[in-house]
Design a protein around this ligand. Sequence first.
Ligand code: ADP
Ligand code: MG
Ligand code: MG
Length: 252
Amino acid sequence: MLKIDNLKVNIDNKEILKGLDLEINPGEVHVLMGQNGAGKSTLVKTLSDHYDCEVIDGKIVYKDKDLMELDVSERAKEGIFLSFQNPVEVPGVNNSYFLKTAVNEKRKHDGLEELDAMDFLKLTKEELGKFDIDRKLLQRDLNDGFSGGEKKRNELMQLLLLKPDLIMLDEIDSGLDVDAVKTVANVVNDLLKDKSKSLLMITHYDKLLSAIKPDFVHIMHNGKIVKTGDYNLALELDAKGYEAIGIKDEVN
Ligand code: ADP
Ligand code: MG
Ligand code: MG
């Protein structure tokens, strides 16, 4: 599904990713860990074509296409989804309108009929109802004045309605209470029942990891993946810390 070779990315003319390799196959769950500033967010932002990130070198192939040839909206339509560490507030844009537009853009791309307002309402009831996610957020402006938890729940709504193929979650569990983390895990595990979908998840916490069993755990350091293992690597890290597995503090 995704193959990254020797990826180098600058932000503000500073090299942040320094030759990163990563391969994700359909159905796989990958977790990125690493100290603050390692470049985790930069990687997922680059994959979603965030304007901060300037690709300097390397190759990214997604579903047999050169990802660099696809702009941000084409990537979304091809099923790439990023839940940002800090979702942006967009006052003046109604959340329901925004989501319906996004859903219909994707449906058009997939050769499906567009949903009208009634069909969309029905879809939100079906999908969000399964997970007891409050649909009231749909009536407000996108993330405008949302609490941290509401922003994360809103990201889950987008996931459930868009059903992306490559799901990327950047610290979706930070600042969430136990029940909310459970809801995140339930939503993601439900989506992952479809074995054509893959997950790339950034987290520091075992609570989410133990609920969404990863196939691979990667440790990022100084712009590269320096260690890859299975769930046990995350447990080891949790128990002993970075230095014990041979990783020294970031030099920024
Ligand atoms: P992580 O998610 O692993 O904590 P990031 O990818 O957010 O790390 O950041 C990697 C490095 O890039 C850090 O040194 C950070 O300061 C720098 N960086 C990130 N975003 C910007 C930006 N918009 N402008 C300048 N530097 C940035
Ligand atoms: Mg960070
Ligand atoms: Mg980050």
